[in-house]
Design a protein around this ligand. Structure first.
Ligand code: SAM
Length: 213
């Protein structure tokens, strides 16, 4: 009950008040138990207006940025979505509430194991996980209707763009190691269209088409 109340407050003050309008995103943010995606010591802070550490020097993103990125994906319930950077698994769970299936890749094994067991416990049968470098995507399952990269890249990985379906949407933070711009790409028949959604700050996307370790 306590967490449900905190979640309602989070949605009201941080999500709706700041202009998120997609009802599917709002409903998902209202349903997913964010406090289960952080360590027990941090559960009381889980619904705060900030990112939190999840171990291995990684973070679960601030609720608003999760909502903003999800809204930018313009998801419908038949969509197959690729996520790079599973982390705590929270973003994947939000997408899994809305779309058909989520394929999520993480390069840190301990984080992936933790997220995987939470997906099983919460019965997210539509989340498929993989332990690898996500900068080269998931060719066997491509093309995807949407791709979300939840770590900051030095540039847009070409392989990921090539795994986006025609009509597909991608969101990715691009910039240097301290700050990035959130870029939305839309692949249409006549080519790729880009929009800048504004500044953001993410941990590094490390891999073949990202930063060197
Ligand atoms: N989406 C996550 C969540 O909801 O908790 C937050 C992700 S955290 C900000 C970024 C994650 O990207 C980290 O867990 C990091 O290990 C992962 N990452 C960085 N580079 C990666 C790569 N090349 N492939 C897969 N995961 C990567």
């Amino acid at each position: 009950m306590k967490y449900k109340r905190q979640r309602e407050e989070m949605v009201k003050r941080q999500i709706v008040a700041r202009g998120i309008t997609d009802e599917k995103v709002i409903t998902a943010m209202r349903s997913v138990p964010r406090h289960l995606f952080v360590s027990e010591a941090l559960t009381d802070q889980a619904y705060g207006d900030f990112p939190l550490p999840i171990g291995e020097q990684q973070t679960i993103s601030q609720p608003y940025i999760v909502a903003e990125m999800t809204q930018a994906l313009q998801l419908s319930k038949k969509d197959r979505v690729l996520e790079i950077g599973t982390g705590s698994g929270y973003q994947a769970a939000i997408i899994a509430q809305i779309g058909y299936r989520v394929y999520t890749i993480e390069r840190i094994h301990s984080l992936l194991l933790k997220a995987r067991s939470l997906f099983d416990r919460l019965l997210y049968h539509n989340i498929i996980t993989r332990y690898s470098d996500g900068t080269t995507g998931w060719a066997d399952e491509s093309p995807f209707d949407a791709i979300i990269i939840t770590a900051g890249a030095p540039s847009i990985p070409e392989t990921l763009v090539s795994q986006l379906a025609v009509g597909g949407r991608m969101v990715i933070p691009v910039g240097d190691q301290h700050s990035q711009e959130l870029i939305k790409l839309h692949r249409e028949k006549d080519g790729i269209h880009k929009t800048n959604l504004g500044g953001c700050r993410f941990v590094k996307l490390i891999g073949e088409q990202g930063w060197r370790e």
